[in-house]
Design a protein around this ligand. Structure first.
Ligand code: ME8
Length: 519
């Protein structure tokens, strides 16, 4: 059997338009989690991709001037925009899956056949509400006023024969699973939301088809060529089709037990209700964790392609750099909550956290090591400052505990506590005065500051890979920072003290975070 690996996924984004800050956020969370877990010695497989079938895409194809039947040609023009942005954002995924990939289409057909043969899929006439933008059916109980409970747009009336999946049979099994599985849905407020929905509503069977008379761009049902598969039923299966469910069971078994889906709260119900039920119905386990973040808003509204209020991440990156952008998204909002993106807020945080706090600490310290010790990290004869030492030794543990739960904002705050403590240490000790009277104490202070920056760089690597690498280089360190193992047992935490050995030749470079001056 292959060694077990942590398997991290993003949603598969619709290719009806270019990606924006919201999509970037999910990608950055996943990339950061994958990098950090690798630093902790875990093996990780990180998958992302695109959702390419369904009504939205068919409509976008025609709007882009392509003809009906040319959907694949259209999506082929959009996918590179996603890949280009992920490259610019320094997103290191292991596999990019497209729902038009052959192995995915075959997997969807296989699962449909299994469920059909098991008697879990049946045909009936559907009369009721349908939300075209969300591709969701709504009963009169959930939408008595004809407005979509999710996107608040007007619903369409539908009267049509379709295939349904017996979702309702699994309602109790799912409630049990959610209650009994620790950290299945994160954060807790989302778990409670799902449980309350399941405990207060009778699940409706899920419509899993669309008649070809209405939609032809999709995967044909293996048991009825007059229908294509509902786009969500198709897309959710990517999480297993991409890791060998159909063609490489060994690989699948090594990855599926530790599957973590990172999603936005808009698609929680699909992931926390329909998806686990689909898996239970084919005798597979639900994923290990569904990790749900909030929304980026602009002017009080969710940023979304269909509302046309998006901010282009490429413009922000071009102006301020990729790591500043990554840092802002990861630090500004506690995991699970909504955040407002504005350039003003971005600049404020950049100037405070990166230019003032971190940038100053790095520049001042390296300048002093250069000035007082010819750029060489000094030997220390005195006993060191216990406050600095214990803050440095305890930081990785504190940071890791929250970071593993995806709370990057909280975890980064822990780093900034040390940044501020180190800056205060400089003010308190006034090395420029020590230089005149006490070289031994000066050595100790410089050593302490360098150790603080060393551990800060290592812990920042997953969030700001390029800047952390540059910090590491300025500290004079040669081996790749990505390979610096940070999850050592509690008993070994003193290893973090001395992470930058005495005698290392530092190499102060250009300031990493120059202040942004508003015109
Ligand atoms: O829903 N704030 O694709 P999608 C934060 N194809 N995150 C946001 C966001 C915002 N304003 N807008 C989008 C789909 N996102 C389906 C998924 S998965 C099997 C199928 C992010 O292109 C967030 O991760 O509409 C959200 O869940 C996802 O993009 C929706 O992307």
């Amino acid at each position: 059997m292959e060694k077990r690996k942590t398997y991290i996924t993003t949603p598969l984004y619709y290719v009806n338009a270019k990606p924006h800050i919201g999509h970037s956020y999910t990608q950055i969370i996943c990339d950061t989690a994958a990098r950090f877990r690798k630093q902790c010695g875990e093996e990780v497989f990180f998958m992302t991709g695109t959702d390419e079938h369904g009504e939205k895409i068919e409509k976008a194809t025609l709007e882009a001037g392509f003809e009906k039947g040319q959907e694949k040609k259209f999506v082929d023009t959009i996918v590179p925009h996603f890949k280009e942005l992920w490259k610019k954002l320094d997103i290191k995924y292991d596999h990019f899956i497209r729902t038009t990939d052959m192995v995915h289409e075959e997997t969807v057909k296989r699962v449909l056949s299994i469920l059909y043969e098991k008697g879990k899929i049946y045909k009936k006439l559907y009369k009721g509400w349908f939300c075209t933008p969300c591709e969701m059916f709504w009963s009169h109980i959930h939408a008595p006023d004809g407005i979509c409970p999710d996107c608040k747009r007007k619903l369409d009336k539908l009267n049509e024969e379709n295939y349904f999946f017996k979702t309702s049979e699994y309602q109790n099994a799912l409630i049990k699973h959610i209650k009994e599985t620790n950290a299945f849905i994160l954060p807790d407020m989302r778990k409670n939301e799902v449980l309350s929905f399941l405990e207060n509503n009778e699940l409706q069977d899920l419509c899993i088809s669309r008649p070809k008379t209405r939609l032809s761009w999709g995967i044909e049902l293996p048991f009825d060529k007059n229908f294509v598969t509902y786009v969500w039923f198709d897309a959710l299966l990517n999480y297993i089709s991409g890791i060998g469910y159909l063609d490489d069971r060994k690989r699948f078994d090594s990855l599926w037990p530790d599957a973590i889906h990172v999603i936005g709260k808009d698609i929680l119900r699909h992931h926390a209700i329909y998806w686990p039920i689909m898996l239970l119905a084919i005798d597979e386990k639900p994923p290990k964790c569904i990790c749900t973040h909030g929304w980026w808003m602009t002017e009080g509204e969710k940023m979304s392609k269909s509302k046309g209020n998006i901010i282009d991440p490429l413009k922000i990156i071009a102006k301020y750099g990729v790591d500043a952008f990554r840092y802002y998204l990861l630090a500004a909002v506690p995991f699970g909550y909504d955040g407002t993106f504005s350039e003003k807020l971005f600049i404020e945080r950049y100037n405070n956290d990166l230019a003032n706090d971190l940038g100053n600490l790095l520049n001042r310290t390296l300048t002093m090591v250069e000035k007082y010790f010819d750029g060489i990290v000094p030997e220390v004869k005195l006993s060191c400052d216990e406050g600095m030492k214990s803050a440095i030794e305890n930081l990785p543990g504190k940071f890791g505990a929250t970071f593993m739960q995806f709370d990057s904002s909280f975890a980064l705050k822990e780093i900034w506590k040390l940044v501020k403590q180190a800056n205060k240490h400089i003010e308190d000790k006034a090395p420029w005065k020590l230089a005149k009277k006490n070289k031994e104490e000066l050595s100790a202070v410089m050593y302490e500051l360098i150790q603080a920056i060393g551990i800060i760089a290592v812990l920042l690597y997953s969030s700001m890979p390029d800047s952390a690498r540059k910090m590491w280089k300025q500290l004079g360190m040669k081996p790749d920072i990505a390979s610096k193992n940070i999850c050592t047992p509690e008993t070994e935490k003193e290893k973090f003290w001395g992470i930058i050995p005495s005698g290392t030749k530092t190499a102060k470079g250009k300031p990493l975070f120059p202040r942004i001056v508003l015109e």
